[in-house]
Design a protein. Structure first.
Length: 278
């Protein structure tokens, strides 16, 4: 059987091991899902692919059909050896055995001309941490195609005023244009998780703030959402040493109503607030 005769199901069966729940492992077995993700990756016209957490290699298999250089980053030693054995003879295929939260990233990720893209069925337990690791690294990626637990994905794409809108919505939408690709049902995995997953497409936005101001922006947003049921002036009371009255005055200067809450504001609104507290 050649590599391209393989299927997600056969790859998972071939792994023949007990799962490590501590790594959040749920292996894809749905070929329709892996092909859809690969098409989304191809739409970016990348020249290099970085996949995090290939597991049994189901998504890797679909990505191989794009005939591009692929580097996979895998924490689990058994999975790393398994995908190396399956795909190691493919030209320009590389396995990095390490943790995506702290392993040095391939050099091509820092090269704009490499047109690198990040793709992953992210482990639920560290998905947001991995996303922000790549944000903080400020890499010239052409984009990302990532799978999250649906509840997390809903927060990424939520609009102001909706029930899922949160600090993650504001910060994520500052850095990226984010689009829903597809929902993935539990039966698309082995073992089946208890939740539905969602694939999102991330297109980088031009950063409007300096690195230092981005950190101030993120702190402001998180402070604003700390008490989301309260008015914004109440939520921010004490932040930067300003009391409720001082915050109410600053917000009024920007045209916000006294009753405005964090969940009603876009990332641009928070940038406006940041500019008046310099």
């Amino acid at each position: 059987m050649t590599r391209f005769d393989l299927t997600p199901q056969s790859l998972v069966e071939g792994l023949q091991r007990r799962l490590k729940k501590s790594l959040g492992q749920n292996f894809l077995i749905d070929e329709n899902v892996t092909r859809t993700i690969a098409r989304e990756v191809d739409n970016f016209r990348p020249l290099h692919i970085l996949e995090i957490g290939p597991g049994a290699g189901a998504l890797t298999l679909a990505l191989c059909r794009l005939e591009l250089p692929i580097t996979v980053l895998e924490k689990d030693d058994h999975c790393a050896k398994y995908v190396q054995n399956i795909f190691g003879e493919m030209p320009e295929f590389c396995v990095i055995h390490g943790d995506a939260l702290n392993e040095p990233l391939p050099e091509f990720c820092s090269q704009a001309e490499a047109r690198a893209i990040l793709v992953s069925n992210l482990p639920y337990n560290v998905a947001s941490q991995i996303y922000f690791r790549f944000i903080d690294a400020d890499l010239p990626l052409v984009g990302m195609v990532l799978m999250f637990q649906r509840e997390v994905a809903q927060r990424f794409i939520a609009k102001p005023g909706s029930k899922h809108y949160s600090a993650l919505s504001v910060v994520g939408q500052y850095y990226h244009e984010i689009e829903h690709v597809l929902d993935v049902l539990p039966e698309s995995f082995r073992p089946a998780p208890k939740v539905t997953s969602t694939v999102l497409r991330f297109v980088p936005r031009k950063r409007e703030l300096s690195e230092a101001d981005e950190q101030r922006f993120r702190r402001l947003v998180h402070a604003a959402f700390a008490l989301r049921r309260k008015t914004l002036s109440n939520s921010l009371a004490g932040y930067l040493g300003l009391d409720k009255t001082a915050w109410a005055e600053k917000l009024s200067q920007l045209g916000f109503e006294p009753t405005v809450r964090a969940e009603a504001l876009s990332f641009r609104d928070f940038i406006r607030i940041l500019n008046v507290i310099d």
